[in-house]
Design a protein around this ligand. Structure first.
Ligand SMILES: NC(=O)c1ccc[n+]([C@@H]2O[C@H](COP(=O)([O-])OP(=O)(O)OC[C@H]3O[C@@H](n4cnc5c(N)ncnc54)[C@H](O)[C@@H]3O)[C@@H](O)[C@H]2O)c1
Ligand SMILES: [Zn+2]
Ligand SMILES: [Zn+2]
Length: 382
């Protein structure tokens, strides 16, 4: 089959790889109908991860079940399914408590709990930017979708970014009526803003410097804040009569930068500590890593991020972090889509054939104007 393969920094190619097959009795093989490029893929694309050359990328996958192993009971060939990016066993201590993003069994990497498709340090699993994908523990992991083609571009957000954005607001302890500051208007930040609105936020601010992304934030009822036009903390303070917000979401990650492009991995954390009121919560879903050899400072190379912990403590704030346990939210979010209450497809800018993946990566990575979310449809002509 054809698949998107990582070769080295800023180089992905579409090439023939062996077809995935049933390896364990609980596996399924899914024929991919839609698979998205994620901001998380860009950390690898830019050479800022330990991903090995030859890895098939892609953790935001959906499609049709093509084949099931002999132990699969619930899922049937022909089912339309969303594949959570987490690969979870369903029966370990963390899975049992709903923390499928920290499954104790599925990732053999020393010191890392939780596995994912096509991702650095997340286990030996190929990704789904391909014609087919092998899904372990299929009965546990796969979410069933209504048959047909309806809501394809909404449902494709269920594998990662819609649950992840929602999780950011949950980690922040957001309550109905709260005001929320979301840093980052990439796909994850926009999903966090959409989630905050759905969960009853009184006011949502979204900080970025990309005009197309800020325009989308405004379209879904948030107040855009351009950090290229001045200190975002001061701008939000001004808009809130000096009060700041009740809580905040970090949707940028360790490659946070200033308007000139210079990276400061502590910048967004510092801004959140400043802008969120005393006792408020901060949900960090932007990725930070324990090793980053290309980082700008010695400290950051070792994953040590010197954010303003003193003020964080003094303000009595709290912070939640980590990969999203997609299964905790995807069923409810699917039903909000079916009911017409949620439309996460609003951020889709490009739908490409698999062959065009290299162009999709290049232009999404440059945050080119208008390239807000790229979907790949392996079965469809471009
Ligand atoms: N926790 C999880 O489960 C999970 C899941 C998916 C993605 N992620 C992570 O979430 C982060 C965002 O993903 P994405 O797909 O939206 O990526 P993205 O790179 O497209 O978006 C990041 C946005 O942050 C903006 N930004 C950079 N510096 C900023 C600053 N100082 N202030 C405000 N905005 C700033 C950029 O302009 C960009 O629009 C990434 O780190 C990604 O790895 C985490
Ligand atoms: Zn993703
Ligand atoms: Zn588990």
């Amino acid at each position: 089959m054809k698949a998107v393969v990582y070769k080295g920094p800023r180089e992905v190619v579409v090439q023939e790889v062996p077809d995935p097959r049933i390896e364990e009795p609980a596996d399924a093989v899914v024929r991919i109908t839609t698979t998205n490029i994620c901001g998380s893929d860009l950390h690898m694309y830019e050479g800022r991860s330990a991903v090995e050359s030859g890895k098939v990328l892609g953790h935001e996958n959906m499609g049709i079940v093509e084949e099931v192993g002999p132990a699969v009971r619930r899922v049937k060939v022909g089912d339309r399914v969303s594949v959570p990016f987490n690969i979870a066993c369903g029966t370990c201590r963390n899975c049992e408590q709903g923390w499928t993003s920290f499954c104790l069994r599925t990732n053999p990497t020393e010191g890392v709990d939780g596995a994912a498709y096509g991702y650095a340090n997340m286990g030996p699993y190929d990704g789904g930017q391909a014609e087919y994908l092998r899904v372990p523990h299929a009965d546990f992991n796969l979410l069933e979708l209504p048959p047909g083609g309806e809501h394809e571009n909404d449902f494709t957000m269920l594998s990662d970014i819609f649950p992840t954005g929602w999780h950011g607001t949950v980690l922040a302890g957001m309550q109905p009526g709260d005001s929320v500051a979301v840093f980052g208007a990439g796909p994850v930040g926009l999903m966090a803003a959409h989630s905050a609105v759905l969960r009853g936020a009184s006011r949502v601010f979204v900080v970025d410097k990309e005009p197309d992304r800020l325009a989308l934030a405004e379209r879904i009822g948030a107040t855009p804040v351009d950090f290229g036009a001045g200190d975002p903390v001061e701008q939000i303070a001004e808009l809130t009569g000096g009060a700041g917000t009740d809580c905040g979401v970090e949707a940028v990650g360790y490659q946070a930068h200033d308007p000139s492009g210079q990276e400061h991995p502590e910048l967004v954390l510092d801004n959140l500590v400043k802008v969120v009121r005393a006792t408020g919560g901060i949900g960090v879903v932007g990725v930070y890593v324990p090793q980053d050899p290309e980082a700008a400072t010695e400290q950051a190379k070792q994953g040590r991020i010197g954010f303003d912990y003193g003020t964080f403590f003094t303000k009595g704030q709290h912070m939640g972090t980590g990969q999203c346990p997609v299964k905790r939210y995807n069923r409810q979010l699917r039903d909000l889509i079916i009911a017409g209450r949620a439309t996460p497809s609003f951020l889709v800018s490009h739908e490409l054939g698999l062959e065009q993946a290299p162009e999709g990566y290049e232009r999404f990575d440059r945050r080119e104007d208008g390239w807000t979310k790229v979907l790949l449809h392996p079965g469809r002509a471009a």
